[in-house]
Design a protein around this ligand. Structure first.
Ligand code: NAP
Length: 257
């Protein structure tokens, strides 16, 4: 599986399973399916309410082999709340350290320096390996980067062919921040796009595979969500083939429409 080097020195798998809206038994089964198929990266958040289900799905797997991301809610960004959330997440997930802890959404009412400082303490304590942010614009990053005591390794943002944030991606690359694309299928909205269907047919691939391949080729991490075992398996088949330049340009054009 392709991996990206993070500014923290650790690596991050380019593909993970998104788990928003997966809860209870559905979540346990989807995560187990993914892990059995060879996924080694899970994306969750405190707000998803599924840490406990993920802990159950991890049973029988070595957690050291699986990259786990979770996120602090925007109302928990005060120093002590971040520390408490980090501790609680480890216990709910049944692990000793998180690979990546993200600020889920910026909160203008709480200084980002306070949040980042608490996250740096969790790194110092060995409870978190890398830290990052989510839903941060260039303006948010310009405020956060100068006050970060440990590198902001990742920015997780909405990124798909209709939401092609090239300026943000370029800014992140210039600042050694890996970008994770969330909602790669626009939470399902892209699945009927005729242009993407045409490219999929031309390449003898599924439309989701076309979108994921395009994102990974641009250097993004992808975290498609699925509860369907066939979809979970298909979403992995994106690493041993390429889109030609004409297809890449056609997908880029969708974002300019
Ligand atoms: N940081 C943030 O604020 C934020 C916000 C949103 C999402 N996220 C993260 O990003 C992850 C992915 O985004 P998302 O959940 O919004 O949606 P998504 O991954 O863009 O789309 C999920 C939808 O696509 C379907 N799907 C998945 N694979 C498919 C395939 N191969 N063929 C056909 N349909 C397929 C799924 O249905 P089936 O289940 O039936 O396959 C589901 O309806 C989330 O789960 C979460 O981890 C983060």
């Amino acid at each position: 599986m392709l991996e990206y080097k993070l500014a923290s020195g650790y690596t991050m798998p380019a593909l993970g399973l998104g788990t928003w809206q997966l809860r209870g038994q559905t979540c346990i089964e989807a995560v187990r399916t993914a892990l059995d198929l060879g996924y080694n990266h899970l994306d969750t958040a405190d707000a998803y309410g599924n840490h406990d289900a993920i802990r159950q799905a991890l049973q029988g797997h070595d957690p050291d082999e699986i990259f786990i991301t979770t996120k602090v809610r925007r109302n928990d960004l005060r120093h002590d709340d971040v520390l408490a959330m980090g501790e609680r997440a480890l216990s709910e997930l049944g692990i000793d350290r998180l690979d990546l802890l993200l600020i889920h959404w910026p909160n203008e009412r709480i200084p980002v320096s306070e949040t980042l400082s608490a996250m740096a303490e969790l790194v110092e304590q060995g409870k978190v390996r890398s830290i990052g942010v989510s839903n941060f614009t260039i303006r948010h990053l310009e405020e956060a980067l100068p006050v970060a005591e440990v590198p902001i390794a990742v920015n997780q943002v909405k990124y798909h062919p209709y939401h092609n944030q090239q300026d943000l991606l370029d800014y992140c690359k210039d600042n050694d921040i890996v970008v994770t694309a969330y909602s790669p299928f626009g939470n399902g909205d892209l699945i009927d796009d005729p242009e993407l269907q045409r490219i999929a047919a031309k390449n003898d691939r599924s439309l989701p595979q076309i979108v994921l391949r395009w994102l990974v080729a641009k250097g993004l991490v992808v975290i498609p969500k699925s509860a369907n075992p066939d979809h979970i398996a298909a979403n992995m088949q994106i690493f041993d083939w390429e889109l030609d330049e004409e297809d890449v340009q056609a997908i880029e054009a969708l974002g300019r429409r």
